[in-house]
Write a new protein. Structure first.
Length: 301
């Protein structure tokens, strides 16, 4: 199922690569938070992969953290890959949906705000897991379902009012409840998923829309409207956005929900769940409660 127009996404990211440092605030913030998580892992990862590297923002923050000796950077956009290029650091253009790496070659794979654009996220996660060595670590951050809910609502209402129907304007994103299942489905062990919300304010809703275009993060849904949006519709959406969310100073918030995923390539040394019925102590004893077997009903007190 092709939800996203990947060719359009690549062209937009190529354009955004011209001056990424002017619009990389979100990549940088999320990359910093992901790098901090690596600090909590007391392991060395000599060969690491930065999947969807943008302009190399994560690589600049990682440095030698985690014992990284070689960091391979890749991005869907050739222009972004060139912007990320650093002497001594292999960099290439590669598609997350068709990774060109051999099985079992990386100790660590990271991804910052790139995987939410994949049409086949389970397949991409499976390929990442296969590219990891046994007991290799996967750390990723992608946008979640509550991202830009303010903009989504304003655009939908404006289109319904003025154009008698709404078209997809903001990309569909994965939900937190699905992310853990996707990791397990891809074969990762010890999956952990959590979320965070980053709120950014803008002087006007149109400034937010311009920022998204400059980042290469504007609408690339296959079912998008194929003609330019009418000026009146955009202005009405901006008005609705301002009325619903504007603060006393006239600024408007934009919410970015970030889902963080952690998983390990399976290895025999990892902790394993106990078999049912093998516990050495009973929960009821620890809680000081009366144990009631299945099928029995406790009498009301």
């Amino acid at each position: 199922m092709n939800v996203f127009d990947r060719r359009l996404l690549r062209r937009r990211r190529d354009r955004a690569a011209g001056r990424p440092e002017q619009h990389d605030f979100l990549w940088r913030e999320v990359a910093e938070r992901l790098a901090d998580r690596l600090d909590d892992v007391k392991r060395r990862f000599p060969l690491a992969l930065d999947l969807g590297c943008h302009d190399g923002v994560l690589g600049r923050l990682l440095g030698p953290r985690g014992g990284i000796e070689t960091l391979v950077q890749c991005d869907l956009s050739p222009a972004m890959a060139r912007a990320a290029r650093t002497p001594g650091r292999p960099t290439l253009a590669a598609d997350e949906e068709a990774l060109p790496f051999a099985a079992g070659c990386f100790d660590l794979a990271c991804s910052v705000l790139s995987l939410h654009w994949t049409n086949d996220l389970p397949g991409a996660l499976l390929q990442i897991r296969q590219a990891l060595k046994p007991d290799g670590l996967f750390l990723a951050a992608m946008l979640g379902g509550e991202t830009l809910h303010e903009l989504r609502g304003a655009l939908m209402q404006a289109e319904i009012e003025l154009e008698q129907g709404a078209s997809p304007r903001v990309s569909p994103f994965a939900e937190l409840r699905d992310a853990g299942g996707l990791l397990q489905r891809a074969g990762f062990a010890l999956p952990v998923v959590d979320r965070d919300t980053i709120t950014v304010t803008y002087p006007h809703p149109l400034a937010l829309m311009a920022e998204l275009r400059a980042m290469g993060e504007s609408n690339a849904v296959q079912a998008r409207l194929r003609r330019p949006t009418r000026r009146g519709t955009l202005l009405r959406a901006a008005q609705l956005y301002q009325e619903a969310h504007g603060d006393a100073g006239g600024r408007v918030p934009a919410s970015f929900q970030v889902i963080y995923m952690t998983g390990w390539a399976p290895h025999a040394s990892q902790q394993q769940p106990l078999k049912p019925g093998s516990a050495a102590a009973r929960l009821a004893e620890a809680l000081g409660a009366e144990e009631v077997s299945a099928g029995e009903k406790a009498e009301p007190r």
